[in-house]
Every structure is written in C-alpha cells, then in structure tokens.
Design a protein around this ligand. Structure first.
Ligand code: CDP
Ligand code: CDP
Length: 243
C-alpha cells in the first residue's frame, strides 16, 4: 500500500513572469488542485488597507491575519486563457480589488512579516498535504514544499514584465501607467521579495528555469505539462495499481 501523497508542482518566480496565467491551466490539464498563494498575501494586504491599519504595525497585522478567513474558488479558464480566480476574505469578494495598484504597492511589505508568513504558509501546507496540487508563489519550492516533485522557476526580463503589466492594467481599466514607472515598481518589488529575511524569492537549486521572454503562454503551459509527465509518469502508474 502506498502511503505517499500525490505529487506537487511548485511554480515560483518574480512579478509578471506568468505564474497566475499559466498555473491554473496546468492544473486543469493535469487534473490537479490549484492554489495562488500570491492572492492570499494580496487579500491580507487589502484587508489591512481597508481597515486603515498601518503597514508597519506588525502586531495589529498579526492579529488581523490570525482572525481572517480567506477563500479561493477553483478558477474558470476563459477562452483567451485568462483565468478568473474568485477570492474572498471574511466573506467579502475581493477578486478585483486585490489586483489594484494600491495593494500591489504594499503587498511586499506585508508579505515580509513573520506572523503573516507563518499563518499563510501553514494554510498552504494544509491545503497541499495530500498532494495533487500545483501552487504558485515565491517560496513554494524553497520553503512551503521543498520536497515538491517538480519545481519550475519562471523568469522574464524586467522590460517584458513591465510591458505585460501595462497591457494587463489597461485592459482591466485599472489605469494607464508608463513603462518607466512599471519597470521601477517591478524592480522595487523584486528587490523587496528577494532580500527579505524570511523565505525570500529565489530559485530552488533543483528548480527548472523557464525564461518566458519570447514564449507564448500556451508554450509555457505545454513545457510544464511535458516536464510533469516525464517526471511523474512512473509514480502515477504505481498509484494506479495500488489496491
Ligand atoms: O502576480 P504578481 O507576481 O504581481 O504577484 P503575486 O504572485 O500576486 O504576489 C504578490 C506579492 O505577494 C509578492 O510580490 C510577494 O511579496 C508576496 N508573495 C510572497 O511573499 N510569497 C508567495 N508565496 C507569494 C506571494
Ligand atoms: O502571476 P505573475 O505576476 O507571475 O504573472 P501573470 O499575472 O500571470 O502575467 C502577467 C501578464 O503577462 C498577463 O497579462 C499574461 O497574459 C502575460 N503573459 C504573457 O504575455 N506571456 C507569457 N508567456 C506569460 C504571461
């Protein structure tokens, strides 16, 4: 009898590398659960801003995170590959609000706080305890599930990521930002995420890097699906024959 959990895919990478677009589709194709961990940090940030808690009031934010309930719905994949992932915090639908430039500006500061990470990482580990899940974030392969069967690190140049974000924000009616400003914002967030003390953004030594600069979304999805099938194929067969 196999007691092992089902496989886990960890997808990490900096802002705008394509995680949120690619991961739900990978989950759908492979029949895995999906968890957007960035959405959890964003939801807590939204709540702190909504309650007008000062970003550096770590005690107040620790209390807030210990009492809040975050709910993520299974995403629907729309025709153009855009996933619509619904997110609630304390029964309030914050799907659109958590992607606002204001939340984006403060999320790294909140995500660096010890209590916030401890609480959310625990929830992520609980969600993935039986495996069969693909999770995207910054520290999935290095910290949340260091034993994940497949680790992907998505990258792209700052210029390309700023260009993508510009189109994204414009399409969603969240503002018209210059490339210059978006590049500076992305650079800042990368720096904060990579230099924080707890579980900083970095590539796990056993992660496979995919540079998406010149890759279409579908190509990235196909590559990850193929890597998973190559790597996991054998253990899946073993699972199938277990009584
Ligand atoms: O989609 P985007 O790359 O803009 O960001 P995200 O994945 O939604 O994550 C937003 C922020 O949450 C990141 O900039 C990190 O500060 C934080 N985060 C984290 O610290 N650890 C994770 N596993 C996921 C996100
Ligand atoms: O979640 P993360 O911040 O890593 O990136 P994302 O929100 O999935 O992707 C940012 C934008 O880049 C989205 O609008 C995607 O459609 C786009 N994108 C792209 O044009 N080409 C890729 N290979 C990946 C993403």
């Amino acid at each position: 009898l196999l007691k092992t959990r089902r496989p886990i895919i960890a997808i990490d990478g900096p802002a705008g590398s394509g995680k949120t677009t690619v991961t739900p589709k990978v989950a759908e194709i492979l029949g895995l659960l999906y968890l957007d961990t960035g959405a959890m940090y964003r939801a807590v940030t939204w709540l702190a801003l909504d309650k007008k808690i000062l970003i550096n009031d770590e005690a107040a934010i620790a209390e807030l995170v210990s009492q809040c309930t975050i709910r993520l719905e299974k995403p629907e994949i729309l025709a153009n590959n855009t996933p619509s992932l619904r997110v609630w915090i304390n029964d309030q639908d914050v799907t659109t609000a958590i992607r606002s430039p204001n939340v984006t500006a403060y999320v790294s500061a909140i995500a660096a706080q010890k209590a916030v990470r401890a609480t959310l990482v625990e929830q992520q580990r609980t969600y993935g305890r039986n495996g069969g899940v693909v999770m995207d974030g910054r520290d999935i392969g290095t910290y949340v599930f260091p034993d994940a069967e497949l680790k992907i690190f998505l990258t792209a140049s700052v210029q390309e990521r700023a260009r993508r974000r510009q189109i994204d924000l414009k399409e969603k009616g969240q503002g018209d930002f210059s490339l210059e400003q978006l590049e500076a914002d992305i650079y800042e967030r990368d720096k904060k995420d990579s230099s924080r003390a707890i579980a900083p953004l970095r590539q796990a030594s056993d992660a496979i890097e995919i540079n998406t600069d010149h890759l279409a979304i579908d190509t990235v999805i196909d590559q990850i699906v193929s890597l998973y099938r190559e790597k996991i194929g054998i253990s899946l067969t073993t699972d199938d024959v277990s009584p």
